[in-house]
Design a protein. Structure first.
Length: 310
């Protein structure tokens, strides 16, 4: 659905600024690819090129076999672009009026109303089709953005910060909708500063750095770049065992103590008999009330990469 090969973009100036330096990757039908990178890595420029808002300086980008530079009009018919936040809607118009307006900008209005109602139904807003957007919560507005992006039944959906500003329930609702769309065959390119979005949705991660692809890995393999297998958190009442780091042979173990008790967190590089024996000793000798074991997520990988350890 999306094929990018040696894509470059240079902005004029003295000296010229090379923002994209030969980016290459693909997104297949039904795949959710998380696009990550620090500010200045080239994500925004890349999305503008894929949205046909900006021409590349070189290379190729094809959406459903249509080159975004040479056949931008045809490429636009196959993409949906959705940004997070409250902007981009007319609050005094109804949800249906908003989607009809934006749908009318992209092509003929024939059969537009039935398709608009279908898109609103997809995001759970058809019952509020005639309600003014100014009465909507942030989550409902984001779902309306999603409905607008789905109006043309895109083969590629580009999401930029889709859960920004949403509460936990609405954020999960949006994630579920995106997962459902991918399950039906839509290709999804997702950018987000919320690692949980990438962790819960992406099947692959593409990481940009200084205008180049530095990592292109399946999500499980990308998580292994964190440098540890699991993070263990123990908590209990009373005073924390100050000898814990030496017992676990982990000088990076973190001990937090307050009036409610203590919490100790440490990382396990790999599970083996020695680690399990030492952990069992701690649980046996100290009043542990709770143990939580979690796998490393995208955030842990990004922290490690930022520190220069990978």
């Amino acid at each position: 659905m999306l094929r990018i090969r040696d894509l470059r973009r240079t902005f004029p100036g003295t000296p010229p600024t090379e923002v994209l330096r030969g980016v290459s990757f693909t997104v297949q039908a039904g795949e959710i690819v998380g696009l990550l990178g620090v500010n200045g890595a080239g994500k925004t420029t890349l999305l503008k090129i894929l949205s046909t808002l900006l021409l590349p300086s070189g290379g190729e980008a094809e959406i459903c076999s249509h080159d975004v530079a040479e056949r931008g009009g045809r490429a636009r018919r196959h993409i949906g672009v959705i940004f997070g936040g409250d902007r981009g809607l007319y609050p005094r118009l109804s949800a249906l009026d908003n989607i009809m307006f934006f749908g009318g900008l992209s092509g003929p209005r024939r059969h537009l109303r039935p398709r608009a109602l279908e898109a609103l139904d997809q995001v759970g807003l058809v019952q509020r089709a005639d309600s003014r957007v100014e009465t909507f919560s942030k989550g409902m507005r984001q779902r309306l953005h999603l409905a607008i992006g789905l109006l043309n039944r895109p083969c590629l959906l580009m999401l930029d910060e889709p859960t920004v500003g949403l509460d936990l329930e609405e954020a999960q609702r949006v994630r579920q909708m995106v997962a459902t769309l991918a399950g039906a065959g839509t290709a999804v390119l997702l950018t987000s500063h919320y690692p949980v979005d990438i962790d819960r949705l992406a099947s692959r991660v593409v990481l940009l750095g200084a205008g180049r692809v530095t990592h292109d890995l399946p999500i499980a393999q990308f998580r292994r770049q964190a440098g540890f297998t699991a993070e263990v958190r123990l908590s209990g009442s009373g005073m924390a065992a100050q000898d814990f780091p030496s017992v676990m042979r982990d000088p990076t173990a973190r001990i937090l103590q307050d009036e409610n008790g203590w919490t100790i967190t440490f990382q396990v590089e790999s599970w083996d008999a020695d680690v399990l024996t030492r952990l069992a000793r701690l649980v046996r000798e100290h009043p542990v009330a709770d143990i939580d074991v979690s796998s490393p997520g995208v955030e842990a990988v990004l922290r490690r990469l930022a520190s220069g350890h990978a």
